[in-house]
Design a protein around this ligand. Structure first.
Ligand code: NBP
Length: 481
């Protein structure tokens, strides 16, 4: 492998595991000369041997040579393991860079880490971007959805390149400047939270259909059909493919031989943790994280199987067509609620951090390239572009959709619960709809209880002021201000 000290590369990639390697190839496929570096040189050699002929690459074994091989201002994309790997890479890079250079972290960083890194690099005269990249390894190569957060000034130098390699929806890049510092990584985190919810809803739909007696191929066909309508999305599409797969060893459907304990890397959990801190209800996303948690809880499940009574999980025997349509309606309802909750979280964080995130723009760049890409996102984009909505659930076309699906979704969710088929995501979505549309919530009673045991006071609906009842005394009411 040769290295060069000549500044010929327009962009550099540090970290050449699946994501970095494919992003570097994507840049090269778009005509850029790409500097590449990896901590372990063998990985760089391997990439050059496999893909060196695809375009113009400048590999370096030393980080100093890599930096020297880049045109100024240098544009460097870090694609290494999030956390310590990112900090170690930034630390060694920073001392080699000069004012005005641009450092992009394309890993799945926590947005608060991105805020910390951005401030530290800004103090050194460098532009730092925390950039969410979605689409997995295939997306990185052929066009991911890209969510960049960082200084508007630096975006002029890096934005056009990122937009160039991003996925396109009707010719529009699935990449737009989200806002300053942690905004891009925050939006990517919420994307992943919605992804968790979407996957849980699809899994619940599958489970209900199985309980209704449909075979795996029949369920695959049902998803394929749904994918031609309003539910059209990448996740529904791949669900059919997963269900079509037969296990070569046993001849069974592969889904029947895969262990039913789901893994997670943490972005769903972060979404829920931050939503709790910001006081934004995201119960659909929370249920999807808990559902993965419970799936891996072997001891709890063994005890539950042995001791917990309940119905026999059968939904067979009813009107099959009506049940399938009910599942479709429940799936649509839940999906809309998860989007509403995720976008609400983004809006709240944006206000809190002064990010000025445009929700329509977020929907714009999620329309292609990313894991949650879906037909519905174009409608969501149009609704937010037309109106500054307090919630997606107030958008006229979504209201119409809820009206259409409500009865069927409710019937289906009730039937699943009666039969003992767990639908925590569907049920959470429905509870949320009923909570936000309620004239009055039982929170009034909670306020009474809080005042009873802790003198936490309450407000009245009929007059201004703060009140306390003397619960342990004569039960008279005192106005406190
Ligand atoms: P990994 O997350 O598996 O990380 C491997 C890379 O990190 C290798 O290049 C490795 O170098 C490097 N690295 C590590 Br580990 N520690 C380092 C350190 N201390 N200093 C320098 N380099 C270090 O790679 P990936 O799956 O390609 O993902 C890259 C980033 O993209 C991650 O942040 C990930 O969360 C994010 N992401 C991944 C996906 C996906 O679908 N996989 C999707 C979206 C975002 P080495 O070769 O010397 O060990």
């Amino acid at each position: 492998m040769t290295s060069t000290a000549e500044a010929t590369a327009q962009v550099g990639v540090v970290g050449l595991a699946v994501m970095g390697r494919n992003l570097a190839r994507n840049f090269a496929n778009h005509g850029y000369t790409v500097a590449v570096y990896n901590r372990t040189t063998a990985r760089t050699d391997e990439m050059m041997a496999a893909h060196g002929e695809e375009g113009s690459f400048v590999p370096s074994a030393e980080l100093a040579d890599f930096v020297a091989s880049l045109e100024r201002p240098r544009r460097i994309i870090i694609m290494v393991q999030a956390g310590k790997g990112t900090d170690a890479t930034i630390d060694s890079l920073v001392e080699l860079l000069e004012e005005g250079d641009i450092v992009v972290d394309g890993g799945n960083a926590h947005y608060e880490d991105t805020q910390r890194r951005e401030a530290a690099l800004r103090a050194k005269g460098l532009h730092f971007f925390g950039v969410g990249v979605s689409g997995g390894e295939e997306g990185a190569l052929n066009g991911p959805s890209i969510m960049p957060g960082g200084p508007a000034e630096g975006y002029k130098a890096i934005g056009p390149l990122l937009e160039d390699i991003s996925a396109k929806y009707d010719g529009t890049p699935c990449c737009a400047h989200i806002g300053p510092d942690g905004a891009g990584h925050f939006v990517k985190m919420v994307h992943n939270g919605i992804e968790y919810a979407d996957m849980e809803f699809i899994a619940e739909a599958y489970d209900v259909l199985r309980a209704a007696g449909l075979s795996v191929p029949e369920i695959s066909e049902t998803f394929r059909e749904w994918n031609t309508g309003d539910l059209d999305s990448y996740l529904i599409e791949i669900t059919s493919e997963v269900l079509d797969q037969t296990d070569a060893t046993t001849g069974k459907a592969l889904v029947d031989v895969i262990s039913d304990a789901a893994g997670q890397k943490g972005t769903g959990r972060w979404t829920v943790q931050i939503a709790l801190e910001l006081g934004v209800p995201v119960n659909t996303i929370a249920e999807s994280v808990f559902a993965r948690g419970i799936s891996g809880h072997a001891d709890l499940r063994a005890a539950g199987r042995e001791h917990v009574p309940g119905p026999a999980r059968s939904l067979a025997g009813g009107d099959r067509a009506q049940l399938i349509e009910g599942v479709r309606q429940a799936l649509w309802t839940a999906k809309v609620v998860a989007y509403a909750q995720g976008l609400d979280l983004i809006r709240t964080a944006s206000l809190q951090n002064d990010w000025n995130v445009d929700v329509a723009s977020v929907a714009t760049i999620w329309r292609a390239g990313c894991i949650i890409r879906a037909r519905l996102l174009e409608r969501i984009r149009a609704e937010y572009a037309a109106d500054n909505l307090p919630t997606l659930l107030a958008a006229p076309s979504i209201v119409a959709g809820i009206e259409e699906t409500n009865e069927g979704a409710r019937r289906l969710i009730g039937a699943a619960q009666q039969a003992g088929v767990p639908v925590p995501g569907f049920a959470a979505a429905l509870a949320y709809l009923d909570q936000v549309r309620a004239d009055r919530l039982p929170a009034a009673l909670i306020q009474g209880q809080r005042d009873f045991f802790g003198a936490h006071t309450y407000q009245r609906v009929d007059t201004e002021g703060t009140f306390h009842t003397e619960w342990s005394g004569d039960r008279s009411e005192t106005r406190l201000d």
